[in-house]
Design a protein around this ligand. Structure first.
Ligand code: ZN
Ligand code: ZN
Length: 405
């Protein structure tokens, strides 16, 4: 009795001249889903709260983000494959170019992306050989990005070492309270040693010869401490699989103990191989109880403020929904929704509620026939919270537990 949660990141919009990409796009299959399902709108976190993709995905999986959110660092770290334990502190990191004399903190950042360096395997390897008082791990993320995890230092009350703008000095990591003092010292020691190792690394000497910016510092931000979080299996007695190409979403899946899949060709942008993603999700649906299929592109296009781009992507996406419509809805439950709105007029996430359709043999089908921001509120689901969503699906499948006698 599996559940397919199909999440179109940042899809819903605010109207422009009364229209949104969802009302303009030709999307017969998404509309069919609305027609055969029960529809509504959803505040993934709470009305008026602008959700991040991480906090909203936690909520969609039934985890209260106010209780379980770790900050972005640990989620990104989990997303790139680092196993985290409670008490580990993770930062997001950038390879950067610094110039000047003295210690790393005396030097000025001239390129926060080190010329958008791509090949960082050897640099990461060298960083992991640094001698430090605590255990730590550096892992590559996409492009010039990386994550750094300090094991068991517990306090994430730590400032950033990334000045965020070029022309400024590398910041020392400041403890934000007294108990973080030792942790900050460790981070600063790492910063200095990392700079020494990177600055003389053969790959950087080679880059210098070619006139490329050296990736000779690593800048840290977004510290978060890993929390004790019940696994999806412990919480629901069910297996979770996540299909996504986005480290942040894969990380959410990982920290709740889900299995994470990125099919070849999945890119996390509008060129992604939609067929590969659909096939992967439908395949997993035969083996897992809950499969979350995440499509990143609508959010990215929303950030780019590209109305027509959203329409175009939606129409392409719709053409891949046949197999989902062919599911046996006496056995499967299908949820089609988003983690938040990313209106093209704003270019950022907003708290405008998202559209949600739930399809299963047992749902009270309503009169809604189109999957849009304007039709959905007339449906039978009315307005729900993100944390209610999975409960609703599990109840439809008679998998939820009774509260009381
Ligand atoms: Zn999102
Ligand atoms: Zn976004």
């Amino acid at each position: 009795m599996p559940v397919l949660m199909f999440i179109m990141d940042g899809l819903p919009d605010r109207p422009v001249g009364g229209k949104t990409p969802l009302t303009v796009a030709k999307k017969p299959k998404l509309d069919k889903i609305a027609e055969i399902g029960v529809n509504g709108i959803m505040d993934t976190i709470s009305p008026g709260i602008r959700p991040g993709s991480d906090t909203s995905h936690l909520a969609l999986l039934g985890y209260d983000p106010y209780r379980f959110y770790t900050g972005r660092g640990p989620i990104e770290a989990a997303g790139v494959g680092i196993e985290l334990k409670p008490g580990d502190v993770a930062f997001r990191a950038n390879f950067a170019t610094v110039v000047g004399n003295g210690r790393v903190f005396d030097k000025v950042v001239v390129d926060r992306r080190a010329g958008r360096i791509e090949q960082t395997e050897d640099l990461v390897k060298a960083l992991n050989e640094i001698d430090l008082d605590v255990e730590f791990e550096v892992a590559r993320a996409t492009g010039h990005r990386a994550v750094v995890v300090f094991r068991g230092i517990s306090s994430a009350e730590l400032g950033e070492t990334d000045p965020k703008v070029v022309g400024e000095k590398v910041k020392t990591c400041k403890p934000l309270n007294d108990s973080a003092r030792r942790a900050a010292e460790i981070v600063n020691e790492f910063m200095q040693k990392a700079h020494e190792v990177l600055d003389r690394h053969p790959l950087n000497l080679e880059r210098e010869k070619k006139g490329l910016p050296k990736a000779n510092a690593i800048l840290l931000r977004g510290a978060g401490v890993m929390k004790e979080i019940p696994s999806f299996r412990d919480k629901y007695g069910l297996d979770l699989a996540v299909v996504s190409a986005t480290a942040l979403i894969k990380g959410v899946g990982k920290i709740v103990g889900g299995e994470v899949f990125t099919p070849a060709g999945a890119t996390g942008n509008k060129k992604t191989d939609l067929e590969a993603k659909m096939n992967a999700a439908l395949d997993l649906l035969k083996k897992k109880d809950v499969v979350l299929l995440h499509i990143k592109a609508p959010d990215e296009i929303g950030h780019d403020r590209d109305f027509d781009g959203k329409v175009e992507f939606l129409e392409r996406l719709d053409s891949y929904l046949d197999k989902i419509l062919e599911l046996d809805f006496s056995k499967n439950c299908l949820i089609v929704t988003s983690d938040h709105s990313t209106p093209v007029t704003v270019g950022e996430h907003t708290a405008d509620p998202v559209v949600v359709s739930v399809v299963h043999e047992g749902v009270r089908v309503d009169d809604v026939k189109r999957f849009t921001e304007f039709d959905a509120p007339k449906g039978g689901l009315c307005r729900i919270r993100g944390m209610d969503l999975l409960n609703i699906a599990l109840d439809l499948l008679n998998l939820s537990k009774k509260f009381g006698a």
